[in-house]
Unconditional design. Structure first.
Length: 248
């Protein structure tokens, strides 16, 4: 969906989420709907007295969401299944072609263009030269002047959604699909890999606990929002199938 598409006025229990002249994308509209559902629930619970809406919502969630402590078995099972997530010191040397998503851009046309470049690069016989030419010709990143090279990057050097995608791939070469990030669509080539070190469970137990508790909290929030949405009158916005930015 084009980010500047004018959406109809939406409401939660009669409270407007956007004005008739306000341009909103669907994600922002869902976020507002979730926040309004929580604000109204906090108001019904008498938590708005003397509090800002944000503080009242925090108090509501603290009261309503109950996250149990994960068992030792669950912690070890999660660690075993997600060892790569806890690797320390791993790095990738990579380059990319960035197709930036900016206000007003036709995202579908941009995606088709990016996918065409991706296919060309995966089929190129002289991938090294072809990638540098593609970066210079198409990339919206300053790295285009260096053939798209970003150098050595750790997970912390990247946007989280970009790091999840590129560090999950094994091997080297042009990735088989576009990588999505807050900046746009990327064609990525992995050039070198430094695997780092995989610490023992005992070394990262605290991080595993935090990860499982965070996921449990997110799941509890989603369920609570579904409950509130089921009891509310929603107009012009649907929360049934979509994950909202509030709980991602």
């Amino acid at each position: 969906m084009n980010p500047t598409t004018l959406l109809p006025e939406a409401r939660v229990n009669g409270i407007a989420l956007n004005g008739p002249e306000e341009h909103l994308d669907e994600s922002t509209l869902r976020q507002r709907a979730c926040t309004e559902l929580l604000r109204q629930a906090a108001e019904r619970a008498g938590l708005l007295d003397g509090r800002s809406s944000g503080d009242a919502i925090e108090a509501l969630l603290e009261r309503e969401l109950h996250v149990p402590e994960p068992s030792e078995e669950a912690l070890r099972r999660h660690h075993e299944a997600n060892r790569t997530a806890y690797v320390q010191g791993d790095r990738l040397r990579l380059r990319h072609v960035l197709f930036a998503v900016t206000p007003g851009v036709d995202v579908q046309a941009l995606r088709r263009h990016a996918e065409g470049v991706l296919l060309d690069l995966r089929c190129a016989e002289t991938a090294s030269e072809a990638f540098a030419r593609a970066a210079e010709a198409h990339s919206n990143c300053p790295s285009r002047e260096a053939g798209g090279e970003l150098g050595w990057l750790s997970r912390a050097d990247c946007a989280p959604e970009f790091a999840r995608e590129v560090f999950a791939h094994e091997g080297l070469g042009v990735l088989p699909r576009l990588v999505h990030s807050r900046f746009g669509l990327h064609v990525v080539e992995l050039l070198e890999r430094d695997p780092g070190r995989a610490p023992a469970f005992e070394e990262v137990r605290g991080a595993v606990v935090l990860s499982l508790k965070q996921q449990a909290w997110i799941n509890a929030l989603r369920q609570y929002l579904q409950l509130l949405a089921g009891e509310a009158e929603l107009e012009g916005v649907s929360l049934e199938a979509a994950e909202t930015p509030l709980v991602q």
